[in-house]
Design a binder for this molecule. Structure first.
Ligand SMILES: Nc1ncnc2c1ncn2[C@@H]1O[C@H](COP(=O)(O)OP(=O)(O)O)[C@@H](O)[C@H]1O
Ligand SMILES: [Mg+2]
Length: 298
């Protein structure tokens, strides 16, 4: 586009100059003809370069379209695969119940519970997929208001308590009462914080500790939320993939169920929507710290 603009300017200047020369009756000046020739060559090369540039942009667009279409196909096949796992489980246990394979109340109750937890998993998976799609397509309604992170984190702690107790993981509340607030969508920040706390509990073996802290950083004018665990940690080569959709560390798959969408969604909420930043530190075999920083509201 730049080349075409330059060409247009040169043509305009050249034409004005030529008209001016003709008005002066100066048809025979050799220097004027020379300048005219230089002008024509300049214009021609600008046009050729402009066309080449346009062609390159078109090819680039085509490659990007092909890449997007491949991403969409990969996403759809991945989603279908992920949906099939809990659905197969629900189907299998429902069939066992229908066929009368569960002969006593204890077995029946166990099967009902499996169906219920698999249905919950399916529902969470669909929620995550819908949330991510809505954010990516720009269709999410974001309600920004001054939000006190203390209150949100206390609620997250309350909600996470039962699963921590069930796993014998201690939840330590290090949420300081900070005076500042952030301009944010309350529900989204709640979801982001809950995702990090749930992960910390999920990937920390029995007897471990999960600490949730909140602090204000004066220099960067940010509020910082951190969730530290004494869990399994993350292998160095997996660190760069953590936020990819559906990524789960191979060694963790047997430890807990999951879809690999939570961190992707969390990052989209923090960095994409709230212009904050994610924090990740981990030592394989020792534990991890996940968190986020959000700019303090003016
Ligand atoms: N606190 C943590 N400690 C160790 N590994 C973690 C932690 N949080 C996340 N991970 C790793 O990152 C992966 C992606 O996390 P996430 O997107 O939340 O997926 P999910 O929780 O569904 O597995 C997890 O599968 C796990 O391997
Ligand atoms: Mg998760």
């Amino acid at each position: 586009m730049m080349y075409l603009l330059v060409a247009a300017i040169v043509i305009t200047v050249g034409t004005t100059y030529a008209l001016w020369m003709m008005e002066q009756g100066n048809y025979t000046n050799v220097w004027a003809v020379g300048r005219g020739a230089i002008l024509v060559v300049g214009v021609a090369s600008c046009v050729v370069l402009g066309l080449l540039h346009l062609r390159r942009e078109m090819l680039h667009d085509r490659a990007r379209e092909d890449e997007l279409s491949k991403l969409k196909t990969d996403f759809v096949s991945h989603v279908s695969h992920e949906l099939r796992t809990p659905l197969s489980s629900i189907k299998a246990y429902a069939e066992l119940l229908v066929d009368g394979e569960a002969t006593d109340d204890k077995t029946r109750s166990e099967f009902y519970h499996i169906i219920q937890s698999e249905a919950d998993r399916l529902s969470r998976l669909i929620d995550n997929i819908l949330n991510i799609s809505c954010i990516e397509s720009g269709m999410t309604r974001v309600t920004r208001k001054p939000v006190a992170l203390n209150t949100i984190l206390k609620q997250v702690l309350e909600v996470a308590k039962p699963s921590a107790r069930e796993k014998n993981v201690s939840l330590v509340d290090q949420v300081e009462p900070v005076f500042f607030s952030v301009e944010a969508d309350r529900d989204m920040i709640y979801q982001a914080a809950l995702n990090l706390v749930s992960n910390a509990i999920k990937y920390t073996p029995s007897g471990g500790t999960v600490r949730i802290s909140l602090g204000a950083q004066d220099e960067s004018k940010e509020l910082v939320v951190q969730v530290s665990d004494t869990g399994v940690g993350i292998p160095p080569d997996a660190m760069k993939h953590l936020f990819e959709k559906f990524f789960r560390v191979e060694q963790h798959k047997s430890m807990a169920k999951g879809s690999g969408l939570g961190l992707n969604l969390t990052r989209q909420i923090i960095e994409g929507i709230h212009k904050g930043r994610m924090i990740v530190k981990s030592e394989y075999g020792k534990g991890s710290t996940f968190g986020f920083a959000l700019p303090i509201a003016a």
